[in-house]
Design a protein around this ligand. Sequence first.
Ligand code: ARG
Length: 458
Amino acid sequence: MVKTWSDRFEEGLNPFIEAFNASIHFDFLLLEEDLDGSIAHARMLGKTGIITLDEAQKLEQGLEQIRLEASKGNFLPELSDEDIHMAVERRLIDILGPLGKKLHTGRSRNDQVGTDLRLWLSRRITILDVDLKKLQVALLIKAERHLFTLIPGYTHLQRAQPLSLAHHLLAYIEMIQRDRNRLLDVLKRVKICPLGAAALAGTSLPIDRQYTSDQLDFLDIYSNSLDAVSDRDFTVEFTAAASLIMVHLSRLSEEIILWASEEFSFVKLTDRCATGSSLMPQKKNPDVPELVRGKTGRVFGHLQGLLTMIKGLPLAYNKDFQEDKEAIFDTYKTVHDSVQAMTILLDEGLEFSVDRLSEAVTSDFSNATDVADYLVSKNIPFREAYQTVGRVVKLCIQKQILLKDLSIKQWQEINPLIEEDIIEKLLPEKVVASRVSQGGTGFIRVREELEKWRVRII
Ligand code: ARG
């Protein structure tokens, strides 16, 4: 067995502890970033004269050979390698002999793992931003199709006022834009390079940290070596931003699940994204939004787990930090997959039932505010108008009719200032069209928003 540790160690690890200690089964995911980080480090060692340029070049070639072997499935680390950093170094020494032993000059796994994880995450954040943009596009395409489709708007899940369906969908585009902005803000702090902090205190060797940072496309370097190796704020910031993405996806999921129910029947699920029941032949289940809603919990869990893992740690590196990898990897995968699933669901998994929606908005009292506003336009104080309409609604409920069923004569008995035009004002299309205040659901406002988003995201 090849010895991993210095000559200070005489005995091998207890096999259970060896497995308990290892992270290679999950941090193998960092391979690309570990190779990139090591190549930048090797080049820096050559440039500063800590090793010769020729040696630096051979190290780089050896590292590229490992990349090639891995791409063919021929780089297979073992448990005894402990983690991806040791596995790469060991293979490099196999390939290059003693020269391979020069790679770790002026660096520690503590700054190395921080560099790898930050590189890995910054690349994934860029992918997530693209995923989210695609989801916005899917929402926008649906919104553009449904500018004039009306949907009941709710507060307290009670019918409140009708809306343009486009307005409802645009609300999610707004939320997702904030999610994207948050991720890009987190990215600024992920892209800070800890490499060169070494174990905790820096190094006596004449390294050039700015050079490695630039090679790896970081925005800046950490100013304090202790902070560099023990800062995991960025993992918390990322999982917090990811949690809010999942909150938004989960709320949309919940709406779709409700809308697909017999009781609402606002959407029909297509066969592309729905599943059946193994027992009840009539069923068509909204598994995709249910899974997205369900997966939200694991991302929240990772956020809590990371906060708790970090909170009691003295400076600087502690092995506890090894626990951050699975949280970050799983958070990324969960969000990436969920955003894609929702995009597919919107693209091809559901259709709004336009007839049912138009029936829904004509069969309730969601135009009651508009009667009050009408009275306000006749100079009646709002609170008085509000009370009057409350009495009218009560009367209608007793008679089992809607506001639209009242004749002009009945309206004038309620208030003689009411004129013929009230009838038209109560039509749901008119109700929606009238809400032209900034950010309102009036069609002209929503059309402006659709145009704004089309320019911004397509
Ligand atoms: N696998 C370790 C981690 O993920 C790498 C750093 C180990 N450093 C150490 N001093 N044991 O944190």
